[in-house]
Design a protein around this ligand. Structure first.
Ligand code: KG4
Ligand code: ZN
Length: 344
């Protein structure tokens, strides 16, 4: 079976064709970074308008790349939530309309299920059951996964998501949006042990997260450490040291909670997905933790950590195979708890 996947939940237009025998036949991604850069964050109305401009041309490109006609597809999957409502509506309306026009089933997909299943696109794919750490710009969750749609949320952020904390701290450091990757790059120039950030909620039992305090801690640290008399080079070095300490605190906190989740569930397989899973320090830390625990860690290739069409096509195909498809309507669901999805 072969499916077209459409992702438009935030600031990336991602389109892909996935075939369960041939794998990913084509995928394209258009990032709106330049559209939102001047504003320091995603402007929802601009995001929707840009998806309107880019989605259909990208679908045409992907069909050409894969050398596939619409008649050779078995369905169309699109992200129906969670995300920005206007941005979601673009993918939903285009996906549903093309499915109607091409006489194909339309499959609404949960964006976080897409992230969660993205490691299945790799040669080294995890077997069920596993613990998944989902870390994106909008979500931070630990999930016990027993199969597709069998999700038990073990813990989540009570305030900012990990990616959001990266983005906000990056902004405080004067870095461009999206801050996560830029802050990580800056942290690579930073020195260890110059600053000590807290590890929020690690002293209490439980698997929930809280990252908003780190942003406030970063703001205070920057204010105290970056003094006017310092040279530009000294300021740059101190900022890199702060970036290092911040990143280390987020990575440590995530690692402690992953370890705890694995102990609690007695599972040995860990999956990490979502934009922040592209972070090198996080990957290295989790890899060495899992080695110590004699377990295994699985993640998508970096380009499938952040938003993309391939993960939506993959998740959509699993849902389609189980008989899921939408009648002649579409609905964007900006808030959609992951554990309300039916099991496959
Ligand atoms: O999954 P994603 O592409 O979009 C959402 O569904 O939110 O995640 C985007 C988030 C942003 O907050 C971005 O700053 C963060 O992932 N991110 C990173 C890195 N790459 C992306 N954070 C830390 N280190 C990275 N290398
Ligand atoms: Zn995402």
């Amino acid at each position: 079976m072969r499916i077209l996947g459409i992702e438009t939940s935030c600031d990336e237009t991602g389109i892909a064709i996935y075939d369960d025998e041939q794998g990913i036949m084509a995928h394209r991604l258009y990032s709106q970074i330049a559209v939102h850069a001047d504003y320091g964050g995603v402007v929802p109305e601009l995001a929707s308008r840009d998806h309107v401009r880019k989605t259909i041309p990208l679908i045409k490109d992907v069909l050409v790349d894969a050398n596939v006609t619409p008649q050779a597809l078995d369905g169309i999957a699109y992200t129906a939530g969670p995300g920005l409502v206007g941005a979601l509506l673009v993918g939903c309306s285009i996906g549903r309309s093309l499915a109607y026009g091409w006489n194909l089933p339309a499959v609404p997909v949960h964006h976080m299920e897409g992230h969660l299943l993205a490691p299945m696109l790799e040669d080294k794919a995890p077997q069920f059951p596993f613990v998944a750490l989902l870390v994106s710009g909008g979500h931070t969750m630990l999930v016990r996964v027993d199969g597709i749609g069998q999700y038990q949320v073990l813990g989540e952020s009570v305030d900012d998501a990990a990616g959001e904390a990266f983005d906000k701290t990056a902004k405080l450091l004067g870095l461009d949006y999206p801050g996560g990757p830029v802050l990580a790059k800056m942290a690579a120039q930073g020195r260890a042990k110059q600053f000590k950030f807290p590890r929020p909620m690690t002293n209490k039992p439980g698997l929930d997260f809280s990252f908003s305090g780190l942003k406030t801690f970063a703001a205070n640290t920057i204010q105290q450490a970056i003094q006017p008399h310092l040279s530009a080079a000294e300021k740059t070095q101190i900022k890199a040291d702060i970036a290092y300490a911040f990143q280390e605190a987020v990575v440590d906190t995530l690692t402690i909670k992953c370890r705890r989740a694995l102990e609690q569930t007695k599972l040995k397989r860990l999956v990490i997905a979502g934009g922040v899973s592209a972070n090198t320090m996080l990957r290295e830390n989790l890899a060495s933790t899992m080695k110590k625990l004699q377990g295994e860690v699985f993640y998508p290739r970096p380009e499938f950590c952040t938003d993309n069409g391939a993960m939506i096509a993959y998740a959509g195909l699993q849902r389609l195979k189980s008989g899921v498809h939408q009648d002649l309507t579409f609905k964007a669901t900006p808030r959609w708890p992951l554990d309300t999805l039916p099991a496959v």
